[in-house]
Design a binder for this molecule. Structure first.
Ligand code: ADP
Ligand code: MG
Length: 557
């Protein structure tokens, strides 16, 4: 395929060239070099796989603007995208590129905001509509949006639109779009559902894959911290404290978790806030605004809410939880290390997630480095030197001179050294207090199943493995009122106490019924209340777990 490394060779008009020059675009990114000439010269459909930060908006935006018939009022281009934020951002980007195209109308429409204002905007005419699918359908039904005359339909972040459950809306829109249109689909990943859309609604699309990863991704270093599940949040705080200049997106799994982590950070005095789909439009705008202004230093977000949002110079991307789909990891980490800056992507994991790190390494073809969670001393040192640097950098204004006589008098008796100690302690005592009690959050590489430890559900599990390697062993005397249930699962099956708790839960047994647990190489013993142990046996014996047929027997002692 043709590839160009100068915008001037692309055949774009001067209006557009001037506008992008002002934006500082010097040469096309790889995806732009591949897609723009094709869009200008041919008329085939395109499916383009490229990650965040590769410059997709201009890749479709510039040619689409080039082709716009400014004389006609009708809507000629429809851009569909998953979220409100993205909708606004694409609109902003297109407006920037078309700064010198007088009279152009680009109208964003998205859910979560008043529909009347959007109807009014559309009434004034829209050459380009940038929309989330649900709201667009609504507007079409009300006769406010008319897509019957569109020549180009763009689906941006198609995988995310489907993830968000926009399948039906997309189908409905694609059915209504005129036959003669050209369709472009952009996606970071190519799951079956996206392929289906391409198959059903696109004409023999040409596949374009940007093999080259994010411009930035080679500058990204990957680290992980391994902690106990219950120490995840404490580890996040340590990371934040160890990096006084942090400017990061913290990715969480769910909306609830996002809110919980953000609330906890706020309560603990950090400039952090949450971005997720349960917030109102106004709340989301305010959070994004503050983050972009750096009034917030940590944006705690779901993948969906943060998708496509363009924030440069992040110092860190933090995976508070690793994403469910490994591919999303690349997407997350690609947000740091942009524009040739160095970026850092961090994952906080528990012991069970190490395998996932290895799988991600396979996908990104880079190695993670395990870092120790910083301890009290390192953090306090780092914070102190940060504070001292800040103090050194402060500008001394004339205003202070009038107060100097009073200040001198009050501090007359203190030596410089004592004064420094007092000032730093004034700032720092709270920190020292917090970290005085701080424990070591690191888990030794080897600590796995055998050690005595608390399971998250609060079950006490003792080291069954006095000799871990033993196939089976003596679990000892059961607690009063409890009996042992012996099951043919053990360390060799990689079983963990929490798995046992889940198995019990699946049988309808709550944690109150479960006592001590002893695990050996190939057998384990679950202490169960006398009155339910037989029932548990009947549930487990003969059942399958992890493709293994279980046998269970009761041992009263
Ligand atoms: P994507 O949609 O692939 O995630 P964007 O279109 O949002 O990426 O672009 C990411 C960033 O790169 C934006 O800040 C954009 O302004 C910038 N950018 C895009 N193309 C170029 C270019 N040719 N030169 C310099 N910066 C660019
Ligand atoms: Mg984009």
């Amino acid at each position: 395929m043709e590839s160009v490394n100068d915008f001037l060779e692309l055949g774009l008009s001067n209006e557009i060239l001037n506008a992008i020059a002002e934006l500082g675009f010097e040469k096309p990114t790889p995806v732009q070099a591949m897609v723009i000439p094709q869009l200008l010269a041919e008329d085939n459909d395109i499916v383009c796989l490229a990650q965040t930060g590769t410059g997709k908006t201009a890749a479709f935006g510039l040619p689409v603007l080039e082709y716009l018939d400014m004389e006609a009022d009708r809507t000629q281009v429809l851009v569909l995208c998953p979220t409100r934020e993205l909708c606004r951002q694409i609109t902003q980007d297109l407006s920037n590129y078309s700064k010198y195209m007088d009279g152009i109308r680009i109208v964003p429409v998205y859910g979560g905001a008043g529909i009347m204002g959007q109807i009014k905007s559309l009434e004034k005419g829209a050459h380009i509509i940038v929309a989330t699918p649900g709201r667009l359908l609504d507007l079409i039904k009300r006769g406010a949006a008319d897509i019957s005359g569109i020549r180009t339909l763009i689906m941006d972040e198609a995988d995310e639109m489907l993830n968000m459950g926009f399948k039906e809306e997309l189908d409905a829109i694609l059915e209504q779009a005129p036959q003669g249109r050209r369709s472009l689909l952009f996606s970071a990943t190519l799951p079956k559902e996206v392929e289906m859309i391409a198959k059903s609604y696109m004409k023999d699309p040409q596949m374009v894959t940007v093999g080259q990863r994010n411009a930035g991704s080679d500058n990204v270093e990957h680290f992980y911290y391994m902690v106990r599940e219950e120490d995840r949040y404490a580890a996040l705080k340590r990371i934040a404290d160890f990096n006084p200049d942090i400017y990061a997106i913290v990715f969480c799994k769910t909306r609830e978790q996002t809110q919980k982590v953000a609330d906890a950070l706020q309560k603990d005095g950090y400039d952090a806030d949450a971005l997720h789909g349960d917030l109102s439009q106004a709340q989301r705008d305010s959070v994004m605004g503050r983050f972009k202004r750096k009034a917030l230093h940590m944006l705690v977000a779901t993948d969906v809410a943060a998708r496509g949002i363009d924030v440069n110079d992040l110092t860190h991307v933090i995976n508070y939880n690793l994403p469910q789909e490994i591919e999303l990891y690349t997407h997350r980490s690609g947000r740091t290390g942009r524009a040739d800056k160095k970026g850092v992507s961090i994952a906080i994991i528990n012991q069970k997630e190490k395998g996932k790190i290895r799988r991600i390494e396979g996908v990104i073809r880079k190695q993670f480095t395990r870092l120790p969670v910083p301890g009290a001393r390192e953090i306090c040192e780092k914070q102190l030197s940060h504070l001292i640097n800040e103090i050194n950098g402060v500008e001394v204004r004339d205003d202070i001179y009038t107060f100097m006589p009073v200040i001198n008098e009050m501090w007359d008796s203190l030596s410089k050294e004592d004064l420094v100690k007092k000032i730093l302690s004034y700032e720092f005592n709270r920190f020292f207090d917090y970290y005085r009690k701080a424990k070591d959050l690191n888990i030794p590489e080897k600590e796995k199943r055998g050690r005595k430890k608390e399971v998250s559900e609060g079950q006490e599990v003792t080291a069954g493995a006095k000799d871990k390697k033993a196939r089976d062993g003596d679990p000892g005397v059961c607690e009063k009122g409890f009996s042992w249930l012996r099951v043919n699962l053990g360390y060799r099956n990689k079983i963990l106490p929490r798995d046992i708790i889940s198995i019990m839960k699946a049988c309808g047994l709550g944690k109150k019924s479960v006592g001590r647990i002893e695990i050996f190489g190939e057998f384990l013993y679950i202490g169960l209340k006398d009155n339910i142990v037989d029932y548990a046996k009947s549930q487990l014996d003969g059942a399958t777990y992890d493709r293994r047929r279980l046998s269970a027997s009761v041992l009263r002692k």
